[in-house]
Design a protein around this ligand. Structure first.
Ligand code: ZN
Length: 137
C-alpha cells in the first residue's frame, strides 16, 4: 500500500459540510460527484498528500445512511492507494482479511475500489483504491 489516499467522512448534509470543510481546510472541494450504485453524493478536498472525501446518502438504504443511523456522522473509512489492486486483494485474502468485494468496483474520483470488512480490521472499514488508468489485468 502506497499511502493514505483519503479519509471518508459520513455527513448528513453534503452542502453544509462542504462549506464547513472549506472553512476548515482553506480550500474549496475540487470535485463533487454522485456515485449512483453506492447511493452517495461525494465531495473531495485536497489536503497535501491525502484527501478528504465527504459522503452523503442519496437513498435511505445506502451504506452511508445506515452508518449514520447507527453511529452518527464521522469517519467512515480509511482509503489506501495501491498500485495493483488485484494483487493486493490476493495478498490480503491470503493473510486472512475479509474482502467485501473481490471484484473491484467503480468508485468516486476515477478509482477502482475494494472494501475490507471492518470485523477483520479492528472495526475500521478499509478501502483500497487504484487510479483507473493504471489498472492491470
Ligand atoms: Zn472513499
Amino acid at each position: 500500500m502506497n499511502k493514505i489516499e483519503h479519509l471518508g467522512i459520513a455527513v448528513k448534509d453534503l452542502e453544509a459540510s462542504s462549506t464547513l470543510f472549506e472553512k476548515l481546510l482553506g480550500v474549496a472541494p475540487y470535485k463533487t460527484e454522485e456515485v449512483e450504485a453506492e447511493g452517495v453524493n461525494t465531495s473531495f478536498f485536497n489536503t497535501g498528500n491525502s484527501k478528504i472525501e465527504l459522503l452523503e446518502a442519496t437513498k435511505a438504504d445506502s451504506a452511508i445512511a445506515k452508518f449514520i443511523e447507527k453511529r452518527g456522522e464521522g469517519i467512515h473509512h480509511v482509503a489506501f492507494d495501491v498500485s495493483d489492486i488485484h494483487s493486493e486483494v490476493k495478498r490480503l485474502k491470503s493473510e486472512g482479511f475479509t474482502i467485501l468485494n473481490e471484484t473491484p468496483r467503480k468508485g468516486a474520483d476515477n478509482k477502482w475500489v475494494v472494501f475490507l470488512h471492518p470485523k477483520s480490521t479492528n472495526g475500521v472499514l478499509i478501502e483500497l483504491c487504484q487510479e483507473m488508468e493504471k489498472e492491470k489485468h
